[in-house]
Ligand binder design. Structure first.
Ligand code: USQ
Length: 506
């Protein structure tokens, strides 16, 4: 490696061990470093929770200089850093827990098994079998030699959550404990309300607990690229806030838009819940000097990280039903079952996507490079932009060439209300430029790994068992009706289409 690790020059300002409280009057300003130090000489001094012997000092020690920050796989890491994962039993939560623990982080977590319950309620199951949490924890110890501090708990139970946070004093909190799916939120009033209640209110409660108990801890909150929608004008999807040189022109006048939130145009009641979280977190950072990365994540796909692949009992879940399955994961399952891949509408929808393994690496990098006090920052976490019909082609090609399948593609009436043809430019500069992230896993590689796992006999059998949950019946209009087939075609038959996605990383 030629360059310095991505977080080498971060300082005590970013470190959760730094005690600013009491030495600094944060009320002196808004969201900037222009703070008012207390005391006679107006010199800003802090203390370190991990190195009390230093007494009071200026917060200028870099991670590279500090002995508490040691070299890890993805840059410096705070030795034995305590990370709490909310939603540890889920697709991402479990995968991240193993990855972090394997790298020496002290991992704790909670889950109330909502995901298992919701999927069961819809009559589906995870395609990759997963054991219960007791067995998962045992297997993590047996296979990886790690101990995860898990509590069964609802995020909305503020009393219990507060007690656990007081006990663990996490230095970073990763919030994956939300109901994740657009179609599930569109089933009916009960589902829409439950998704928003669960997601928005529990997060609001969490912010209050963080204010009171761990204000120095960074919150890594899972948002979604779907907060932005897909503007038909082609306006770039900036990273949450407008850049400094963005300008609004109107009526022969102009204003800088720098630092203002970009417009949101969510595409389901689930996506709306993420937008509401965004505002709540933004405000909490402003009022209470909390610090957060709001992660606008594209569609995650895949089954592989080194840790989950260690043993069948360490695998993470994979959903393929119409409510919880996301597009790539659904297409691979359909290909294996011999169902033509279900492209909704024109299939010209362009979406940001990222493989599971790459997404987990981004998370480690963000955890080890915390924001400063009061900083609300947004990253767009995608590794590529893909058209849905191109995704179908990729899955079909890998299935046909490497697994001897005969995969076809079908266009269905779109059950959703969404633009089916639109430009798409996504700005994703922070992860590569500030956090040193380079995508490692191209889509066809991960799709191949998925086929390898999912074509095992006992897993193939599971697709058959729940074949009826694949075709979409939940429409955004509220009707419950299977989508009609518009066309069945062979992979590679379609023209390119009018728009190409543009991913702006530089
Ligand atoms: N789609 C199909 N066929 C299918 C399933 C989906 O054509 O069988 C299309 C949809 O119409 C949509 C696109 O694929 O245009 C993506 O749908 P999806 O179900 O894979 O993903 P989405 O509903 O957008 O939501 C998912 C996750 C959510 C995450 C989001 C990231 O469920 O948690 O926030 O991806 S993003 O899409 O960038 O908003």
């Amino acid at each position: 490696m030629s360059e310095k690790p991505h977080n080498a020059d971060r300082t005590c300002w970013n470190c959760p061990a730094a005690k600013f409280k009491g030495n600094v009057d944060f009320r002196g300003c808004g969201q900037s470093r222009r703070i008012v130090p207390k005391g006679e000489d107006k010199q800003l001094m802090i203390e370190c929770r991990r190195r009390p012997e230093l007494g009071h000092f200026e917060p200028s020690i870099t991670f590279e200089q500090c002995p508490e920050w040691i070299m890890g796989e993805h840059g410096y890491m705070l030795e034995d850093m305590r990370v709490m994962i909310l939603g540890m039993d889920g697709y991402l939560g479990w995968t991240l827990a193993l990855k972090l623990a394997n790298q020496g982080f002290q991992v704790s977590g909670i889950d109330n098994y909502t995901r298992r319950d919701c999927v069961m309620e819809k009559g589906s199951h995870t395609l990759v079998p997963i054991p219960n949490m007791t067995r998962r924890l045992e297997a993590a110890t047996e296979e990886l030699g790690v101990t995860l501090n898990f509590r069964r708990m609802d995020l909305g139970n503020r009393k219990k959550l507060r007690e656990f946070i007081e006990e663990v004093k996490p230095e970073s909190i990763v919030h994956y404990a939300e109901i994740p799916c657009a179609p599930y939120s569109m089933v009916d009033a009960e589902h829409a309300i439950e998704v928003q209640r669960n997601n928005v209110l529990a997060t609001l409660g969490l912010l209050h607990i963080m204010r009171d108990v761990v204000p120095m801890t960074s919150l890594l909150k899972l948002g979604t690229m779907g907060e932005y929608g897909s503007p038909l004008t082609g306006r770039p999807l900036f990273e949450g806030l407008f850049p400094n040189d963005a300008v609004l022109q109107w009526d022969d006048r102009e204003w800088s838009m720098g630092g203002e939130m970009t417009p949101r145009d969510p595409a389901s009641f689930y996506h709306v819940s993420k937008v509401q979280d965004t505002y709540n977190i933004y405000e909490a950072c402003k009022y209470w000097w909390l610090r957060s990365y709001d992660i606008m994540q594209g569609i995650i796909y895949g089954v592989h990280t080194d840790e989950v692949a260690t043993h069948p009992d360490l695998r993470t879940r994979l959903d393929y039903d119409e409510w919880f399955g996301t597009v790539v994961n659904r297409f691979v399952s359909q290909a294996i079952e011999g169902i033509p891949l279900t492209v909704y509408g024109e299939g010209e929808q362009i979406r940001g996507m990222i493989a599971l393994e790459d997404a987990m690496e981004c998370m480690v990098r963000l955890i080890t490079s915390p924001p400063e006090p009061g900083q609300y920052d947004v990253v767009n976490q995608v590794s590529g932009l893909h058209k849905i019909k191109d995704v179908a082609d990729t899955v079909a090609r890998v299935g046909n060439e490497k697994f001897d399948l005969d995969v076809k593609i079908q266009r269905l009436e779109n059950p959703r209300v969404e633009a089916e043809q639109h430009p798409m430019e996504v700005v994703s500069r922070k992860l590569p430029q500030e956090h040193g992230f380079e995508p490692n896993v191209p889509m066809d590689k991960e799709v191949e790994r998925m086929f390898e796992l999912l074509t095992q006999d006992h897993i193939k059998q599971r697709i058959k068992e729940k074949k009826h949950v694949i075709m979409p019946k939940t429409r955004w209009s509220g009707e419950k009706k299977e989508s009609g087939v518009l066309e069945v075609y062979q992979p590679g038959e379609k023209e390119k289409g009018e728009y190409e996605g543009k991913l702006d990383t530089e």
